[in-house]
Design a protein around this ligand. Structure first.
Ligand code: PLP
Length: 381
């Protein structure tokens, strides 16, 4: 694990020991291709089948409703494009979805629905965007930048009433560590998760397809996953995902209490010790691991650079967007100006976070902000 304070769990979390241990045999003697028929293949297939049951139980689904994918991005693409192509109609999604959903929706007829300044979807605007021509509605369970939890039940009620042909997809990638996805997403037809956000390996995910709703595949080939997602299974990855998911669900209530207390200490500490520090998104509506703040007059990229040098690892919104000069689409949708959005940082906690990580951030962030402000004053800016 990285030494220093790793506060970027929303980008990726370290592998849980349970996952690493469960994966090892599949990187060694149980290397078979699960689509084959001899005993080496069958040994791999039994691991995939067992994991399918574990994942189904954790997500409140039937094993036949689980599709293993190559991560959250692929699960989101399959949900949005697979449903849109099968049903033929408009895709409707919130303006704060991950790019995996947004960029998929942008390739087909689509409508984006705005959010309030608290980072929660505007239900009146959603109602206005729904009609009989809608094929798929995609609203995430928890946002990846500001961590806000979306009212999926209300979304489902509106959708069933106003867009009866549509299926409901929820991207639960950032929710699974903190929320009972089986319960909160029970009315969603399609649910995406990604292993590396909860202590599993990178490059493996799941799409739940409730009631085995019709989906047009986006990846074509040998017909694995009952024709819905071709490609040789990533057996070690799938097994690691299952082990990490079991550990996550078993520890979840304790983790929420422990991590929310750490997050509150971090956010409150920054708000009280740094002048011009403002929290983004309503904390009461956020998942436990999210601390998202901005520092007036500070460029987040410069701040993150200084923090990296002092062993505090965080990010400016979504990892995929870092390095981009465009302000975050999530913060813009919440009404922040480009300048405000460029002064925001996300410090995200997870299963391995400790009080020492928070102590380090509370020491280093105020000092780094101070240094940047002094430099600005010194340069006469
Ligand atoms: N959806 C959300 C909400 C995410 O935060 C991410 C990753 O940042 C993804 C989808 C993409 O998942 P993956 O990295 O597994 O492709």
């Amino acid at each position: 694990m990285a030494s220093g304070a790793y506060l970027d769990h929303a980008a990726t979390s370290p592998l849980r020991p349970e996952a690493r241990e469960a994966m090892l045999p599949f990187l060694g003697e149980r290397f078979g291709n699960p689509s084959g028929s001899h005993s080496v293949a069958r040994s791999a297939r039994s691991a995939v089948d067992e994991t399918r049951e574990v994942v189904a139980a954790a997500l409140g689904a039937d094993p036949s409703e689980i599709i293993f994918t190559g991560g959250g991005t692929e699960a989101d693409n399959l949900a949005v494009l697979g449903a849109q192509r099968a049903i033929e109609g408009t895709a409707v999604c919130s303006a704060i979805e991950h790019d995996a959903v947004l960029e998929s929706a942008r390739t087909v007829p689509h409508r984006l629905v705005g959010v309030g300044e608290n980072g929660v979807i505007d239900l009146d605007a959603l109602a206005g965007a729904l009609d009989e021509g809608v094929a798929v509605v995609s609203v995430m369970l928890a946002n990846n930048e500001v961590g806000t939890i979306q009212p999926l039940d209300e979304v489902a009620t509106l959708m069933r009433r106003r867009a009866p042909r549509a299926v409901l997809h929820t991207d639960a990638v950032q929710a699974i560590c903190w929320l009972d996805v089986a319960e909160l997403a029970r009315r969603a037809d399609l649910v995406s998760i990604s292993a590396h956000k909860f202590g599993g390996p990178q490059g493996v995910g799941v799409l739940v397809v409730r009631g085995n709703k019709a989906l047009t595949p986006v990846i074509h080939g040998g017909g694995q996953e009952r024709g819905r997602r071709s490609g040789t299974h990533n057996v070690a990855g799938i097994v690691g995902l299952g082990a990490a998911l079991s550990a996550t669900v078993a520890d979840r209530s304790a983790a929420v209490a422990r991590v929310a207390a750490l997050r509150d200490r971090l956010a409150d500490g920054l708000l009280s010790s740094v002048e011009g520090c403002i929290e983004n998104g309503d904390r009461q509506l956020k998942v436990a691991g999210n601390c998202h703040v901005r520092f007036e007059g500070v460029e987040s990229e410069e701040l993150l650079f200084l923090l990296d040098g002092s062993g505090v690892y965080a990010s400016a919104g979504s990892a995929c967007a870092s390095g981009a000069t465009e302000p975050s689409h999530v913060l813009s949708a919440m009404g922040l100006t480009a300048e405000q959005a460029r002064s925001a940082v996300r410090l995200s906690l997870g299963w391995s976070s400790t009080g020492a990580d928070v102590d380090a951030a509370l020491a280093e962030v105020p000092a780094a902000v101070d240094r940047l402000r002094q430099a600005t004053v010194g340069a006469g800016l």
